[in-house]
Design a protein around this ligand. Structure first.
Ligand SMILES: *[C@@H]1O[C@H](CO)[C@@H](O)[C@H](O)[C@H]1NC(C)=O
Ligand SMILES: *[C@@H]1O[C@H](CO)[C@@H](O)[C@H](O)[C@H]1NC(C)=O
Length: 187
């Protein structure tokens, strides 16, 4: 009795949870036509996509200041460090969606407004990939070029092999006095 009692119930629950949530975390890449909100990915901590090596994740996570507000991020999983964020100054709700549409545009919307966009509609994007080095990239139809990449838009963290050149800026999160620190290379 004990064997059946303990082994069956968890399996049934897992199947039900998978079925009810309707969200399956992707590995490596997302195809055009993807749409996801944090509330549908709670089982995966809001993360839609993992890099192949599972070191990095892409999705929506809460802000430090308010657990009802969310940022679209690339996160280093083992340290829970946000390495790139799309909307640091405009967090969204758990029902707001990230979308990678069939035109190749990646964007975050809230209540009908676009909060952030890669601005890559009709620019020959074939897929969205999270590379093993933490770079989130929109890959062109040639399967090798990057039409957009998070490494070209650093926020507050640089990863190994990420280029930091003139015109780029690293800006810290806002502190308690609403101040930020920034780092840039002057010519
Ligand atoms: C992930 O691994 C698969 C299978 O090896 C490979 O085809 C794909 O290009 C990899 N994707 C990324 C983003 O590294
Ligand atoms: C913090 O500063 C930014 C930019 O100066 C401003 O837009 C924002 O409203 C400020 N936030 C608070 C909580 O004071």
């Amino acid at each position: 009795m004990g064997i059946w009692g303990f082994s069956c119930i968890p399996i049934v629950l897992l199947l039900l949870l998978e079925f009810c949530s309707g969200s399956v975390q992707r590995i490596g890449n997302l195809d055009p036509g993807f749409k996801g909100a944090q509330m549908h990915y709670i089982d995966n901590d809001g993360m839609f996509l993992l890099s192949n090596n599972s070191n990095f994740a892409f999705g929506l996570t809460t802000t430090a200041a308010d657990v009802t507000q969310f940022l679209l991020v690339v996160m280093h999983k083992s340290s829970s460090t946000i390495v790139w964020a799309a909307n640091r100054d405009s967090p969204v709700k758990n029902s707001d969606s990230f979308e990678f549409d069939v035109s190749g545009n990646a964007f975050l919307e809230s209540g009908g407004s676009t909060i952030w966009s890669s601005d890559t509609a009709s620019k020959g994007v074939s897929s969205l990939q999270l590379l093993d080095n933490g770079n989130l990239v929109l890959v062109g139809t040639d399967s090798t070029s990057f039409v957009w990449q998070s490494f070209s838009h650093p926020t507050n963290t640089l990863l190994p092999n990420q280029e930091f050149s003139q015109g780029m800026r690293l800006i810290s999160d806002r502190g308690t006095a609403n101040l930020t620190y920034s780092l840039e290379i002057a010519g």
